[in-house]
Design a binder for this molecule. Sequence first.
Ligand code: SF4
Length: 154
Amino acid sequence: MPCPGCNPAPASAAANLPAFAAAMEAEHAGAGVAFQIPDDPSILPAVYSFLMEHREWVVIERANGRLTLSRRDEDRTRPPGALMKALNFSRAAIAHAANGSPRVSLEVWEARMQACMICPNRFFDQCGLCGCYCAVKASWADQVCPDDPPRWSS
Ligand code: SF4
């Protein structure tokens, strides 16, 4: 649960997420922190930019008109183990090669990455469901997000 003392975050938090997150971390030094901001389409680009630069943060919930961001270890989805990750990536790479290695446009890659960045399954740079690197898999046109239902598709 997000810290009751820090929530809801003031409107200014959404306007300057890096500064607000840094202030929260300073206040909760060593303990990790989670906070909520309004889930407003107008601020999603700022959230995306923040998460691209600070991938240790993850959106753990979208509910009741709010996004809950966390940097606490216990809030992160754990990707599969090394063997399963290697198997999943090998499968994806073999299928990708068999399909002629198609790539997406920059616009499609950005849209897929936005979905990954605000996804609760993300673990730093990796998808917590399959263990593949989000930026790589999102660039392959024939791939589909492994969530059910998929958060992006080919
Ligand atoms: S690939 Fe899908 S499930 Fe994995 S992090 Fe991206 S959006 Fe989430």
